[in-house]
Every structure is written in structure tokens, then in C-alpha cells.
Design a protein around this ligand. Structure first.
Ligand code: ADE
Ligand code: ZN
Length: 340
């Protein structure tokens, strides 16, 4: 752990977040508020009881609670309030840019119209740009435990809102749902000019990362921590500097690694990979992006240079235009220069 880094240093450091599921930022307090407002019954008596339930054995045990929690989201204002609360949190952590995933099928399958979801999120993003100076992009994820046909229908439903969405992703239960199953959907998404990303190598094998690269033509891999099992894959990711949006606290909570000390984030940086640090589902995993930087720095004894690289990669790997990207990279360099 580098002594010239501190919690305050990390908090003030300009950074971007590239892997956050907006539904995973639903804090229990807001869950209760929305449940009351919308007349939705929860099976928990208190906020504390909800938090106590967040003891996961794997990805699926989390997803079960994640889909249950989001039943309180019904109206446009609910999606606005959810997104607004996340943006206020990250504003206090000096996150200057964020790329947000949303799971439309988890809402449309409950009867909530696509427009309700995307309009509420979008309104909060526009307000945050004006009021908090946070830029953002929206990435629509397909639920891979559902069929490719349903993903295709979702893509087509989204087209009237094409201008609000920068790309598509693939999330939910990984093992048994390989990226290659979604090749046609991703082909069509790219024909509409959408960028592509995919969760791969979180619980699934390196083969899924190969498929995400070759079949889905992704610009980034979400998680990707299992890439180290395949030296040829590491070489490809390093050569092409394919960004990996790693989520340290998530990986510990979902038992991908036994502890933060066992996490391979530092090893991946040392291998020359383009690694970033992100929160995934902050309300469920014990922290937003700062807490993830802090856990990685403290748990893995990251050097000042390693922390710098994580922050620099976050801007470099973003889907921002060249001008703002460069401005934020300069802001980061100024920050390090003025804290040396
Ligand atoms: N959806 C929300 N969080 C996820 C994760 N960590 N992996 C896959 N799907 C998710
Ligand atoms: Zn994720």
C-alpha cells in the first residue's frame, strides 16, 4: 500500500466508472421508500433486514435478490430517483464520467414500458450533466438467461431511443449462456451504429471471452478476471489493449475470489492489461467506485502508479469523444502533479 495515497487522495482523484448496473444502485432505504409510494409488498421488515440478506454464495444467489429488489421500480419518476441518487453519490467521489448499464427486460417483463425506464434514467443523466458536471453514456444490456429472440425484440423496441443509447451489453447468469448465442443480435446492434460490450469471464471460462471478442466484436470486456487462465488470451487482450472493467468488491461478495487479498487485479495490471476499477452493483456489494479503489489499493498494496493507471484507463477506455476524453485525462494529470 503506497503511503503517498490516502482515502482523501482517492476521493478527490478525477475518475470514470465504466461498469455499473443502475438497478444495482438501489439502496435499501430507497427500496423501502418506493415500495411505500407504489404499494409494493416487500418480504423484509426493515432496511437492516434487507442488508443482512446480502450474503451471497455466487452470482445467481445475488441475481435472485437483485431482480426481486427492482420490483419497486414502476414509474418514470422511480427510475429518475434511482439514477439521481447514484449520480449524487458519485459526484461526492469526483467521478467525472459514468457509463451506466440498464436491464430493460427486467422491467418490460413486469409490464413496465421500455419508454418509462429509459426516459426516467435519461432525464436524471441530463440533469446531472447540467447540475453536477458529470458526463454519461447509457448501455442497454440483454439478459442472457433469456433467449436471443427476446434480446432481438428488445433491440428493436429500443430503436426509437437510439440517440440516447451508446451501446449494448450482455449480463445476468453467465455459465451456460455463451456469448456466441447472441451473435445475430449484436450484429444487428452494430449495424445501427451501437458499440458492444459483454460480461465474460466473471464466472464463465476464458472461451466466453474469446467469443465476446470474435463473435460479438466487443470494445470492452466486463469483468474478464478468468482471462489469466489462458496465456494466449492474455496476449491478445494485452496486444490490443482491450479494456477490462473489473469490479473488485463484487468479485469478493460473489465469491469469485475468497478475499480482496486474493484478487488478481494487480496481477492483471502487471501483465500489461488495460484494467479499470468499478462498482458493478454498489448497493449490494458494499461500495461505490471510491470504495473499490480503496479496497484494491489497501488489499493489494497498489503503488501510486498503479492507482494512476486505473484512473487513466477509466478515461481512456470510455466511449467519450476525443475532446472531453483529453480534457479529463489532463485533469487527472494535473491532480497527480499537484499532489506529488
Ligand atoms: N447484473 C447485475 N450485476 C451483474 C453481474 N455482476 N454479473 C452479471 N450480471 C449482472
Ligand atoms: Zn456487471
Amino acid at each position: 500500500m503506497s503511503p503517498d495515497i490516502s482515502e482523501t487522495f482517492i476521493q478527490g482523484m478525477p475518475k470514470a466508472e465504466l461498469h455499473i448496473h443502475i438497478e444495482g444502485s438501489l439502496e435499501p432505504e430507497l427500496m423501502f421508500e418506493l415500495a411505500g409510494r407504489n404499494g409494493v409488498a416487500l418480504r423484509y421488515a426493515s432496511v437492516e433486514e434487507v442488508r443482512r440478506a446480502y450474503d451471497f454464495s455466487d452470482l445467481q444467489s445475488f441475481l435472485d435478490l437483485y431482480y426481486e429488489g427492482m420490483r419497486v421500480l414502476l414509474h418514470e419518476q422511480d427510475f429518475y430517483d434511482l439514477t439521481r441518487a447514484y449520480l449524487q453519490r458519485i459526484s461526492a467521489q469526483n467521478v467525472r464520467h459514468t457509463e451506466i448499464f440498464f436491464d430493460p427486460q427486467a422491467h418490460t417483463d413486469r409490464g413496465v414500458p421500455f419508454e418509462t425506464v429509459v426516459a426516467g434514467i435519461r432525464r436524471a443523466l441530463v440533469d446531472a450533466e447540467q447540475q453536477l458536471g458529470i458526463s454519461s453514456k447509457l448501455i442497454m444490456c440483454f439478459l442472457r438467461h433469456l433467449s436471443a429472440e427476446r434480446a432481438m425484440e428488445t433491440l428493436r423496441t429500443s430503436l426509437p431511443y437510439r440517440e440516447w443509447i451508446v451501446g449494448v451489453g450482455l449480463d445476468s447468469s453467465e455459465v451456460g449462456h455463451p456469448p456466441e448465442d447472441f451473435k445475430a443480435v449484436f450484429d444487428e446492434a452494430r449495424e445501427h451504429g451501437l458499440l458492444t460490450v459483454a460480461h465474460a469471464g466473471e464466472e464463465g471460462p476464458p472461451e466466453y471471452i474469446w467469443q465476446a471478442l470474435d463473435d460479438l466484436k466487443v470494445s470492452r470486456i466486463d469483468h474478464g478476471v478468468r482471462c489469466v487462465e489462458d496465456p494466449k488470451l492474455v496476449e491478445r487482450l494485452r496486444e490490443e489493449q482491450i479494456p477490462l472493467t473489473v469490479c473488485p468488491l463484487s468479485n469478493v461478495k460473489l465469491r469469485v475470489f475468497d478475499s480482496i487479498q486474493d484478487h488478481n487485479l494487480k496481477r492483471m495490471l502487471d501483465l500489461g492489461l488495460c484494467v479499470t476499477a468499478n462498482s458493478d452493483d454498489p448497493a449490494y456489494f458494499g461500495g461505490y467506485v471510491d470504495e473499490n479503489f480503496h479496497a484494491a489499493w489497501e488489499g493489494l498494496h497498489l503503488s501510486r502508479d498503479a492507482v494512476y493507471r486505473l484512473a487513466k484507463n477509466s478515461f481512456w477506455a470510455s466511449f467519450l469523444g476525443a475532446e472531453r476524453k483529453q480534457r479529463l485525462l489532463n485533469e487527472l494529470d494535473d491532480y497527480f502533479a499537484s499532489h506529488s
